[in-house]
Design a protein around this ligand. Structure first.
Ligand code: DGL
Length: 263
């Protein structure tokens, strides 16, 4: 599993809880975050480099792209280049979003890269062409999470400034279309109001992974074992372990360093 940094830990948490017997290797590309403001081709290059590293070094049996920006940029390429199943977060997220909405007016927030890619717009129309979708990019949210600032006046001011398109759209369900955003859910929820359901893609992605592994006969044969968890960062590993254990929990006690080729 990989993300640009700490965001994918929201998905890792759900996967560890649902599939405790499975081994997990998580790579946070903190040395090159944020992905959301980078060109799509560059993010695609990072995603392919990381995928090959995880495959060659750890012989992973399946890959979860725990990042919306990388899913939007690279899911198709990853699926055609790799011989293992590859799961992104966009389709599971859209499934949860549509299930949560009664009014059929929904919102998606994400990074500039994700929103501008049109990936959510396409995925929503594919699932239900009659849905009214309001989207907005939230530059700055990821940087707060990466600094460990998940609430407070600065986050509130930014959230109020950025979220107006989905507030004015009158949506009844809002997908947090960046895996970092669940860490800001309290503030986002306050700005959106209590009538709006906030949807994260983490649980649905974990369920989709469990289903895919079962279907492919890839679930670990010893269902009662406790899986091993490895955490890797391309940035400062101490900082990664310190903030990561606060966000994910005690499974992230140590982190290892990985040096990417491209910067
Ligand atoms: N967590 C990521 C996402 O879901 C990427 C955030 C970033 O690096 O900009 O889009």
């Amino acid at each position: 599993m990989f993300d640009s940094g700490f965001g994918g830990l929201t998905v890792a948490r759900a996967v560890i809880d649902l599939l405790p017997a499975e081994d997990l290797v998580y790579l946070g590309d903190t040395g090159r975050y944020p992905y959301g403001s980078r060109a799509i081709d560059e993010v695609r290059g990072f995603a392919l480099e990381i995928a090959h590293h995880l495959l060659d070094t750890y012989q992973i049996k399946t890959l979860v792209v725990a990042c919306n920006t990388a899913t939007a940029a690279a899911l198709q390429d990853l699926r055609s280049e790799l011989d293992i199943p590859v799961l992104g977060v966009i389709e599971p997220g859209v499934r949860s979003l549509l299930l949560a909405s009664q009014s059929r007016r929904v919102g998606v927030i994400g990074t500039v890269g994700t929103v501008n890619s049109g990936a959510y717009q396409e995925a929503v129309v594919r699932s239900d062409p009659d849905i009214e979708l309001f989207t907005c990019a939230c530059p700055g949210f990821v940087e707060f999470v990466e600094r460990g600032v998940c609430q407070g006046p600065q986050v509130e001011i930014l959230a109020e400034r950025l979220l107006w398109p989905v507030v004015e759209g009158g949506v009844d369900a809002l997908l947090l279309g960046c895996t970092h955003y669940p860490y800001l859910a309290r503030t986002i929820g306050e700005v959106m109001g209590t009538d709006v359901v906030l949807v994260s893609s983490a649980d649905e992605t974990a369920f989709a992974l469990a289903g895919d592994l079962a279907k492919a006969g890839l679930l670990h044969p010893e269902a009662d074992r406790v899986g091993k968890h490895r955490f890797i960062s391309s940035g400062d590993v101490r900082a990664f372990a310190a903030l990561g254990s606060r966000l994910l929990g005690p499974e992230l006690a140590n982190a290892e360093r990985w040096e990417p080729d491209a910067t």
